[in-house]
Design a protein around this ligand. Structure first.
Ligand code: 5GP
Length: 141
């Protein structure tokens, strides 16, 4: 497996070099809206540990991440009044990964909703900002 590349786009977002629509942050993770959402409310939980994916993340770091994934996922379901939730996590190109910093996709789903294909189009910043605000409010409440 290739080495971790510290110039991947999520590393730049974590360092504040590239903007994002932030939903949640603590010492372990940063969660923000996916710019090419496959459903409304599609967001990403990105651990701060510099791991490429599930195959190289230290187990103790992963153990700290999962409660954050659960917390943000539950808030997204509440904010969207979703009927369910899909959690996605891809590993290496053959496994569907396109950004090589470990991350978890949270997709709040309603009965009968169809997922858009991955890779676009980009959502309008104001739509992502409104959605991030709703999920932040659910986290606060
Ligand atoms: P994966 O690597 O799991 O296939 O997916 C990477 C995800 O990152 C995609 O859903 C894509 O839309 C999202 N993404 C790619 N570049 C950016 C970016 O610059 N900002 C945000 N917020 N999401 C991104």
């Amino acid at each position: 497996m290739p080495a971790y590349d510290r110039d991947n786009i999520f590393a730049k977002i974590l360092r504040g070099e590239v903007p994002c629509q932030k939903v949640y942050e603590d010492e372990v993770v940063l969660a923000f809206m996916d710019v090419m959402p496959r459903v409304p409310g599609h967001l990403l939980v990105v651990p701060k540990v510099p791991a490429r994916n599930l195959l190289d993340v230290p187990p103790e770091a992963l153990a700290a991440v999962m409660p954050r994934v659960q917390k943000v996922a539950a808030a997204a379901v509440r904010a969207l009044e979703a009927d369910g939730l899909m959690l996605q996590q891809f590993n290496e190109e053959a496994g569907g990964q396109t950004v090589f910093h470990l991350h978890f996709h949270i997709l709040p789903l309603h009965h009968g909703a169809a997922l858009k294909p991955p890779g676009g189009p980009m959502e309008k910043p104001e739509v992502l900002a409104e959605m991030a605000g709703r999920i932040r409010a659910a986290l606060a409440g």
